[in-house]
Ligand binder design. Structure first.
Ligand code: NDP
Length: 450
């Protein structure tokens, strides 16, 4: 029966979710092909989480080298070479791309480096004109930066291009107040750019706990990042010297060297031929799926950012694993639990969170206890760096169960990964209290809340 089709599974998109799904399906014995029109690895590996984190490391040396003086170090003639960092990052991205490709070929997954389009029932046509058939089709094409519509928007860059700049801009405007805007604001600021962050609303990082957001704002202002709120683009004009004249609502015209837009991401559904077989999409262009990542067409599945559920790599990977195990493994079909997903913003300093914010908990649970540690990390004290960390624990007063933890401070994402296990497991404040602190650490604050 299986031989009726060329493949058991045809995956479109070799990003985090598509690669995991294809590899695991193949390990379960399926004959798998994956089409990727750009580079194997997808957004996370090629132009997202991975190169971004490397830039975050590179950028943070600006503070570390400064702080080193207070610890007795003399560093003469320090300088920063953007091209050296940029190229080192890109070399590692290429290495990782190779590893992803190897993983697929080691599992006998056929990789087709070309565009694929659904052209009929169970049928895919490749850019080369070749037609193949598959019992199941998986769409894992991810998302791309959304660029608002305004005059001159062809002059802006997105995070895709930020990794390849010829030089660090002297003046950069970053539009948006979310993950990407705040992460790149921190990166460019550490590299010495004059950074202005402009958002359409009066907030940054909507969805994160208010106190933690406020702390980032306060620290970023101290570091010299400028914020404009309720500011949308009216126009961007390119000047003769290459700089950009920008008009934002409520602001005077300003000149920047680079304007970067980080205003959300939209699902990649164009050119896939979804309409040919009637795959349903939602208002934001996302492919509509059930908890098993199944679309309204019984042999078509979709996962990761193209479904716009939780736009995070580890979630897409889980969805890929669950899909492959459920469809090709010998297990009962299972769905990914999208609740209590921890997350982080790699700003300077970083933010990490799991579970409900204080506001959400008060609205949902009624009676809530909030514990807070507002402290200056030991390293900052010696360095004379007036930057305080904030940890918050939100507890359901009726059950003592921890429903949320929110942190801003050095290494917050590293600490949060372990704390998130406890929150996911439903542990109580008393469980944390019963755990002895590791002293001296920042993380010990989590078991010392009073
Ligand atoms: P976010 O959703 O985080 O933020 C979007 C920002 O753009 C918000 O400030 C929003 O304003 C604003 N915005 C939204 N629509 C418009 C519009 N039409 N015009 C002007 N402004 C608009 O998106 P990002 O682009 O920063 O990141 C995309 C996704 O990638 C994230 O949601 C996240 O899931 C993922 N990501 C995760 C990272 C991590 O885990 N560390 C890092 C980078 C990305 P408002 O204030 O009104 O909401």
């Amino acid at each position: 029966m299986a031989d009726q089709y060329d493949y058991d599974l045809f995956t479109i998109g070799a990003g985090s979710g598509g690669v995991r799904a294809s590899r695991v399906a193949a390990a379960h014995g399926a004959r798998v092909a994956v089409a990727e029109e750009y580079r194997v690895g997808g957004t996370c590996v090629i132009r997202g989480c991975v190169p971004k984190k490397m830039l975050v490391y590179g950028a943070h040396f600006a503070e570390d080298l400064e702080d080193a003086k207070a610890f007795g170090w003399t560093i003469e003639g320090k300088s920063f070479d953007w091209a050296a960092l940029r190229d080192a990052v890109q070399n590692d991205v290429t290495r990782l791309e190779g590893l992803y490709g190897e993983t697929l070929s080691n599992h006998d997954v056929t990789v087709l480096n070309e565009h694929a389009r659904i052209t009929g029932d169970h049928q895919i046509t490749l850019a080369s004109g070749k037609i193949v058939t598959a019992r199941y089709i998986l769409i894992a094409t991810g998302a791309r930066p959304f660029i608002p519509d305004f005059r001159g928007n062809e002059h802006v860059i997105t995070s895709n291009e930020a990794f390849h700049l010829d030089a660090i801009p002297r003046r950069i405007l970053i539009a948006g107040g979310g993950y990407i805007a705040n992460e790149f604001a921190g990166i460019f600021n550490e590299f010495g750019s004059k950074v202005t962050l402009a958002n359409r609303s009066d907030t940054i990082l909507r969805g994160y706990d208010e106190s933690v957001r406020d702390r980032l704002l306060q620290i970023s202002l101290t570091k010299g990042i400028e914020y404009c709120f309720m500011a949308e683009f009216e126009y961007v004009e390119k000047q003769d010297d290459g700089s950009l004249r920008v008009k934002l609502t409520g602001q005077d015209e300003r000149i920047f060297d680079v304007v970067m837009v980080a205003t959300g991401r939209v699902p990649n559904i164009e050119g896939l031929g979804l309409e040919t077989i009637g795959v349903e999409c939602g208002k934001r262009g996302e492919i509509v799926v059930d908890t098993f990542s199944r679309t309204n067409v019984d042999y078509v599945y979709a996962l990761g950012d193209v479904t716009d559920r939780v736009q995070l790599t580890p979630v897409a990977i889980r969805e890929g694993q669950a899909f492959a195990d459920s469809v090709f493994g010998e297990v009962e079909p299972y769905a990914v639990d999208h609740s209590c997903v921890p997350s982080a913003v790699f700003s300077h300093p970083p933010i990490a969170a799991v579970g409900m914010t204080e506001g959400e908990a008060r609205n949902t649970l009624g009676s809530v206890k909030v514990y807070q540690a507002d402290f200056r990390p030991m390293k900052n004290v010696v360095a004379g760096r007036n930057e305080r960390s904030l940890y918050k624990m939100i507890v359901d007063a009726a059950t003592d169960r921890i429903v949320g933890i929110h942190m801003i401070g050095p290494e917050a994402p590293e600490i949060m990964q372990a704390a998130a296990v406890a929150v996911k497991a439903g542990l109580t404040k008393a469980d944390f209290d019963a755990t002895v602190a590791i002293h001296p650490t920042m993380a010990e604050e989590l078991v010392l809340f009073k």
